[in-house]
Write a new protein. Structure first.
Length: 70
């Protein structure tokens, strides 16, 4: 298995997980409870937002609040 060139940023993962929780609850408040009534693009945008958050923290910010070895 190939070794990664960079370490995974734990701060970005935690912020993305918090974003996913809040975005899902926000979508529930707007569209109501039935999950089948949601537009497909809504879930795609929520997941795209989490991907962008992790990418920004992994590639550009590079400061991790939870790792002390930097």
């Amino acid at each position: 298995m190939a070794k990664r060139k960079y370490k995974t940023n734990i701060t970005g993962r935690i912020i993305a997980a918090i974003y996913l929780i809040f975005a899902y609850h926000f979508a529930n408040d707007i569209f109501g409870n039935p999950i089948s009534g949601y537009p497909f693009g809504l879930f795609s945008l929520i997941l795209l937002g989490a991907f962008i958050i992790t990418t920004v923290f992994d590639r550009f910010v590079k400061y991790d609040f939870f790792r002390n070895d930097q």
